[in-house]
Design a protein around this ligand. Structure first.
Ligand code: GLC
Length: 651
């Protein structure tokens, strides 16, 4: 769109470009900048238009984008163009992800590059390497307290090692995902250090106050994120004699996005990593980007404007790069991180589906799908060109942030039900096989979250200790059941390091002073590769899990109905233990897959009468894509064993 004010500003900016920029061949850059400029200008003006230095800041922003474009390697520009031509590429069912810490999966980045065959063996083709940048020892928040946004932690390697990983991945068609920690820096970041030295420019990068007056106002409506280990949202800095906003830990200083310099610095960092060959950037803690007195300081409208602006800028310089929103917030809020638009994601193309994750765990604890069904029924529709990241476990805790109305509609009282879940997963509920830990109990609100590895939460740790084969097989089946849903739901499934091998809790963090106040370390394991060899030995748990997941992944990739084109229909099946939905091929809707997951330990049946007319033929013959067999069926009922799932097609 041509708009006079913004485009005459653009002309002026281009006239004033530094000679080292204007001399370059900027053909694609100009086309994309022209196309996006009105949006970029409007957003930047909306956020920073009231400032006297608006125009020079706009100039700097354009120069930063131009520099990002100029530094983009030719090979990556080729990928950009390829993806521009096939803009739905990431909605395909072919993608399957895994998240891991470099030193949990391998020794370092170099070793990780050597271990890429493992991903191919399982079928993983998108790897989220958790934060690898410099963090102060003992104050790292698992890599999310960064002291240098451009330097890799020496213990993991250097930029050359990362480039090797990126090349190795690109050769094998594996996408590389890295984090951009947008919301805060470590208190040892150069900007923070300069602020402490009294440099006003850098003090303006953060939120700082001489006394408690404003902090106290903020506190009235801001929740505590880590109430046990880091209560409050401000930290006193004695050197500066100021209160600093620290929403997460007291060593993580929140960046102030009402300052355009912060925004431009972060765009520069985003483009720097995009140019190292990163395909997808996981934007950490995006809900927190804008702070406003009187609000919870989460999900603010301006946080969305910042993300839209980031997307628009990135599309100019590195359009092939996607964003993942890490916003672990209420379902109606999560959906907004795609950007409110008719079709195209205007903010992040991908978002963590924390709603599905928490609901799946509810299914495990209650052995029924009542809340799961209810929550999914009310999960707002996402945009067409956007997709979910569906996961069961990740490096963080599990919060039971369901919508209270859904909890009530499922027949539970919200407070008691959440308490039940916490008790169940921390093994405090009589008969529960789960071995999780309570995380961040908030005495004031009674809220608590859960930590623990997938295997331990599903009962495998306890079952293995008992040696009871039935208990072991129930735990294995639960793990597969959960994956059967994330692999078929629609979106990119994201497995977590160790889960395909049944790795249980790692209690060693308790002996490490830098970790023992944060029990999320219990589920950040180090793979024992000798033990992992058991995945090749029939009869072992490792084999059962690994071979089943490998098979499920291979089948997913072949099943076009599993691509994500808003082609899912949730079915109300009259049996509270079953989650049931159909997936259909959006080009040929008659090609359907009926997904049924039994959350009960006992056999259950699905009455075909109840779902007939929903694209399912009452008298049809089915075959299970997973086992290749017809399901047990009698009297127009399909029977499932405890914790069994089916991916059925009609024959
Ligand atoms: C994200 C990360 C989490 C971290 C937090 C603060 O939520 O996933 O591990 O503690 O951001 O950076």
């Amino acid at each position: 769109m041509y708009e006079q004010v913004s485009h005459s500003l653009l002309n002026a900016i281009l006239d004033d470009l530094k000679p080292e920029i204007s001399r370059q061949d900027l053909r694609h850059f100009y086309t994309r900048l022209g196309a996006n400029f009105y949006a970029i200008y409007s957003l930047f003006f909306n956020l920073y238009g009231q400032r006297k230095d608006f125009k020079p800041q706009m100039q700097r922003l354009v120069e930063t984008m131009a520099k990002g474009y100029i530094n983009r390697p030719a090979e990556l520009e080729r990928v950009d163009i390829e993806r521009e031509l096939d803009h739905n590429w990431f909605l395909s069912q072919k993608w399957v992800g895994m998240a891991l810490y470099t030193n949990g999966f391998a020794e370092n980045l170099d070793d990780l590059a050597d271990k890429t065959p493992y991903f191919q063996e399982l079928g993983i083709n998108m790897v989220h390497i958790m934060p690898i940048l410099m963090c102060p020892a003992g104050k790292s928040d698992g890599g999310y307290a960064i002291s240098d946004f451009r330097k890799i932690d020496d213990r993991l390697g250097d930029l050359n090692d990362l480039r090797r990983v990126a090349e190795e991945f690109r050769k094998r068609d594996i996408l590389l995902v890295l984090d951009i920690v947008l919301n805060h820096t470590s208190d040892e970041h150069e900007w923070a250090k300069k602020a402490v030295m009294g440099e006003r420019r850098y003090q303006d990068y953060y939120f700082m106050f001489d006394n408690r007056e404003i902090p106290d106002m903020f506190e009235q409506s801001m929740p505590d994120i880590f109430p046990e280990s880091a209560p409050g949202n401000f930290t006193w800095n004695a050197d500066m004699q100021k209160w600093v906003m620290t929403v997460f830990h007291n060593y993580q200083w929140d960046l102030n996005y009402s300052n355009p310099e912060v925004f431009i610095e972060m765009i520069d960092i985003i483009l720097f990593w995009a140019n190292q060959g990163v395909d997808v950037l996981r934007l950490d803690a995006v809900a927190f980007l804008w702070k406003k007195i009187g609000s919870s300081c989460q999900n603010e409208r301006n946080a969305h404007l910042i993300l839209q602006l980031m997307k628009d800028c990135c599309q100019v310089s590195a359009p092939g790069v996607l964003f993942i929103a890490e916003a672990i917030v209420a379902p109606v809020e999560v959906i907004k991180y795609f950007g409110e638009d008719a079709i195209i994601a205007k903010e992040c193309e991908i978002a963590y589906n924390a709603t599905l994750m928490a609901l799946l765990w509810d299914g495990i604890a209650t052995k029924n799908a009542k809340l799961l069904y209810q929550g999914l029924k009310n999960l707002p529709d996402k945009l067409e060109r956007a997709t979910w990241l569906n996961y069961v476990r990740c490096h963080d805790d599990i919060g039971f942030g369901f919508d209270d109305n859904d909890v009530l509609a499922a027949g539970y009282e919200p407070y008691t039900h959440r308490k039940y879940l916490v008790d169940y997963f921390s093994g405090q509920f009589e008969g529960s096989p789960a071995r999780g830990m309570v995380f961040m109990l908030n005495d004031a609100t009674g809220d608590a979250r859960i930590c623990g590895s997938l295997a331990s939460l599903a009962g495998l740790e306890a079952a293995a200790e008992s040696g009871d084969p039935d208990l072991i097989s129930a735990a294995v089946n639960k793990i597969l059941l959960l994956h059967s849903v994330i692999l078929s739901f629609g979106g990119i499934p994201l497995l977590y390091n160790g889960d395909a091998l049944g790795v249980v809790n790692d209690y060693s963090y308790r002996d490490d002073d830098s970790k023992n106040s944060d029990n999320r370390w219990i589920h950040r394991p180090k793979i024992n590769w000798e033990r992992a060899e058991l995945r090749k030995k029939q009869g072992t748990v490792e084999y059962s899990l690994f071979s089943a997941l490998k098979k499920m992944i291979a089948i997913r990739k072949e099943t076009s109905a599993f691509a994500d084109f808003n082609n899912r229909e949730l079915l109300d099946v009259d049996n509270e233990h079953l989650l049931c939905f159909t997936r259909f091929n959006y080009l040929r809707p008659s090609e359907r897959v009926l997904v049924i997951a039994n959350f009960d330990a006992n056999p259950q049946y699905l009455d075909l009468d109840v779902i007939s007319g929903r694209g399912i033929n009452l008298y049809g013959q089915f075959v299970d894509l997973y086992s290749g067999r017809s399901p047990a069926q009698y009297d127009r009922r399909i029977v499932l064993q405890g914790y069994q799932f089916y991916w059925l097609t009609e024959i």
